[in-house]
Write a protein that binds this ligand. Sequence first.
Ligand SMILES: Cc1cc2nc3c(=O)[nH]c(=O)nc-3n(C[C@H](O)[C@H](O)[C@H](O)COP(=O)(O)OP(=O)(O)OC[C@H]3O[C@@H](n4cnc5c(N)ncnc54)[C@H](O)[C@@H]3O)c2cc1C
Length: 421
Amino acid sequence: MGEHVVVIGAGIVGAATATLALRAGYRVTILEPATPGGEQAASYGNGCWLSPMSVIPPAGPGLWKKVPKFLADPLGPLAIRWSYLPRVLPWLARYLWAGWTEAKVEATARALRPLLIDAPSLHKALAEEAGVGHLIERRGLVYIYETREQFESEAMAWRIRRKVGIEWLELDADQMRQREPDLDRRYTFGALVEEGGHCRDPGAYVAALVGQAQAEGAELRAARATGFRIESGRLKAVLTDQGEVTADRAVISAGAYSKALAAAAGSTVPLETERGYHAMVAEAEAGPRTPMMPYDGKMSITWTDRGLRCAGQVEIAGLEAAPNWKRAEILRDHLLRSFPCLPRTLPAERVKFWMGHRPSMPDGLPCLGPAAASPDILLAFGHGHVGLVAAPRTARVMVAMLDGRRPEIDVAPFNPSRFVK
Ligand SMILES: Cc1cc2nc3c(=O)[nH]c(=O)nc-3n(C[C@H](O)[C@H](O)[C@H](O)COP(=O)(O)OP(=O)(O)OC[C@H]3O[C@@H](n4cnc5c(N)ncnc54)[C@H](O)[C@@H]3O)c2cc1C
């Protein structure tokens, strides 16, 4: 048995990392205070998109002009709570700066593309090995618009996508109608990215990966990591609310909750949460054949095994504030407007709302690399909007780092110390 690796957090990043570390010969313990793949994790309720084209960071040139609107409209697709503004200002400044120019956005896209490329195939292989191959589907992802002009208003994003090797098919009104007979006729243009895929149930997928890792010898401990015992720069143990767990190596993959753990390992990182919501309709009468993202709703609509899921919204309000369920109602209402065959009013028992925490770095890039206080502790969090799609490649990078090998992609842009001046 190889060195003992303690993986902290069993969202999709921790589950994939634990799986691959185990297969690379490490002894693996997973620390997770809740149910792996449970509702507490962003990995449970996301939009299910395995989107190798999601390389454009949330902030783009000129976004700063909209900040007053983000503060004034608590229900807009991006909102910042006034009470949270003082705390989030430094993060917000970096967030806006990261998208200040087209060149900056392109640099982010170039860094992200290798982390996301081939994600549907990598997920398919992981899922098949865990006996849940059917949860990963590869039938493309489509962005839909009311008019071609709306698509052209996003010219910068598509130009950059093209530069980093992403291709798409443009669909006119007739093609849209043929492909998506249930969709409201106001959508007359689509951009179909055929390399995209989706997961039919991310929560069940994470649970299956962890179950498979346990079957292959990993230990799952219901404990919350609180810190580390480090002696002369070497990790001796992970501290938890259930006592110490001796460890040779550790991977911090606790999603939006990783900041304090990173600090305990000597790394100060500007991790925030961009809160998001979903509304899910059980036994929906209509829906998309291909998962889609309407331009006017800025959300994803995807069939899942649990219902028709509509996910999106960005709310900057921290980890503690109560959910604002009006935001999930907005998603539900947009879903109903997009598919006229859905009943105009849905009984409450058919609609489920969820809120979760994207773990977001201001520059739209995760932190992947060693902690400042010990090379034995690796950081693997901060994937923001792309944690599901990025997880398998992240796990491969983590195992290469554990092995002391050069990772298969350039990890310099993900260096956790990039914010240290
Ligand atoms: C509305 C919404 C839509 C999204 N859509 C997509 C999408 O379509 N595609 C995509 O790629 N991404 C999407 N994302 C982003 C994606 O869901 C996240 O980036 C990803 O799930 C993060 O995974 P993670 O494993 O880092 O964190 P999480 O899934 O949050 O898991 C972290 C785990 O760590 C555990 N934990 C916390 N603290 C501790 C501790 N101290 N000790 C031990 N364990 C701890 C938690 O209980 C949790 O289980 C979306 C997110 C949201 C909110």
